[in-house]
Write a protein that binds this ligand. Sequence first.
Ligand code: AMP
Ligand code: GLY
Length: 427
Amino acid sequence: MRILLLGSGGREHALAWKIAASPLVTKLWCAPGNAGIAREAECISLDVANHAAVIEFCEKNAVELVVVGPETPLAAGIVDDLASAGIKAFGPSRLAAQLESSKGFTKALCTEFGIPTGAYQRFDNADAALGYVRTQGAPIVVKADGLAAGKGVVVAQTAREAEDAIAMMFEGAFGAAGAEVVIEEFLPGREVSFFALCDGETAIPLASAQDHKRVFDNDVGPNTGGMGAYSPTPLVTPQVHDAIMAKIILPTVAGMKARGTPYRGVLYAGIMLTEQGPKLFEFNVRFGDPECQVLMLRMMSDIVPAFLAACDGQLKNFDLRWYPQSALTVVMAAKGYPGDYKKGTRIDGLDDAAEVEGVEIFHAGTAATDGAILANGGRVLNVCALGKTVTEAQARAYQAIDRIRWPDGFCRRDIGWQAVEAEKAKD
Ligand code: AMP
Ligand code: GLY
C-alpha cells in the first residue's frame, strides 16, 4: 500500500515510524516531514495548503491512503477535497473538524446532546463579553472561537485578566479566529487527554495518556503545546474510562452522525476530572502532540488497518492491542520556547542516546545539513522510552537525554511525576 502522511512534527515522526512498521506498506511519503521522518519516509516539499497540488501528487504516485497529522489542513477541508478526487484520507471532513475549529460549535453540540462541560456563553462583541465576566466573576476561561495554534485560551484568575483577554481577542490578536469568543466556567480538577478512533458510527478508545502543558518543572510557567507525556495515566481508572466513553465520546459520535456530519478520524478530548465526574473542556480532531508519541510506542496492533477501518466505517468489529509497558516522552525545546528562540543550533549525541534500552527518539523540529542535525523549531526532539513502569520509562528517557549535547536546548526534568508518585505509593 502506498501512503502519504501530512505534517512535520514529533507526532508525525511517531506516526511515520508506526506506519512504516506495517507489513502492508510498500511506500511511504511525508510532506513536508523533517530530518527524523526522513529515516522512515521519503520527505517531499509539497505545499499542504495547496489541495490541488496534494491531489496531483497522489494521482501521479498512485497514493492509496493519505494520513493527515495536524488540524489546519483538516479544518481547510483537505479530506473533502481528496474524497472528491476519489482518494481515501484518514481524518474528519471540514464540517466535522469544527469540533476543533470552532469552540462555539462544540459547546452547542454539548448542549444539544447533554455532554457534560462547563457553563458558557458565546459573544461577538467585547461589551457583552465584559458584562458577562462582571456577572460571573473569576476564575473564568476566555477562548477565541477559532484555531489559534494553541494560544487562544486564557485561564483568567482575576476579572482583570479576563477583561484583558477579551480586549486582546476582539482587537484581532488571533485574526478571524477571535472574531467570536467563548467564555466558559473554570473547571477545577485534574486534566487528562482521551483519544478514540471513530468511523462515523463507532468509537474505539485508545490507551490513556496525559501531557504536561506548562513549560517549567512543577507545572508552572506559560502554556506550551506540551513538554512531555506518558501512558497509561493512573487518573483514568476503569470507572473514569467508562464514564468518558458513555457520557462524552459516544454521544459526540452519535450527535455528529445525527447532524449529518459524521466524525471519522481520531477524536481527542481534553477532559477535566471534576467532583461531578469527567467534563469536556475541548475537542481536537487529531492526535495530541506529544501524546501520540507515547501511544505509538505502546500500540501493538498494525495501525494501517485501523486507519482503513476508520475511513471505511468498519471499526465495529475491530480490536486494537496494546503493549502492557508504560511509555513516556520528554520534549527537548529550544531555549526561549514558547517565546522567541534561535533556529539552526547544532545537536550532537543522538545516536549514542538512542542506544539506551527501550529508547526511541522522534524529531519534532529538526533539519539535516552536511550530516549534522540542527534545531529547526520550538519543540525540537521527543526523547521517548518504554519501561515496565512509568518510573522505569522516565529513568530511561532522562538517561538518553543526558547523552544529548545541545547547549541551546532545555527540557523539564519531572515529566511523569504524578504517575511516578502513584507508583511509589503502591510499593
Ligand atoms: P488549549 O489551549 O485549548 O489546549 O487549553 C489550554 C489549557 O486551558 C487546557 O489544557 C486546560 O488546562 C485549560 N482549560 C481550558 N478550558 C478550561 C476550563 N473550562 N476550566 C479550566 N481549565 C481550562
Ligand atoms: N498536547 C496537546 C495538543 O496536542 O494539543
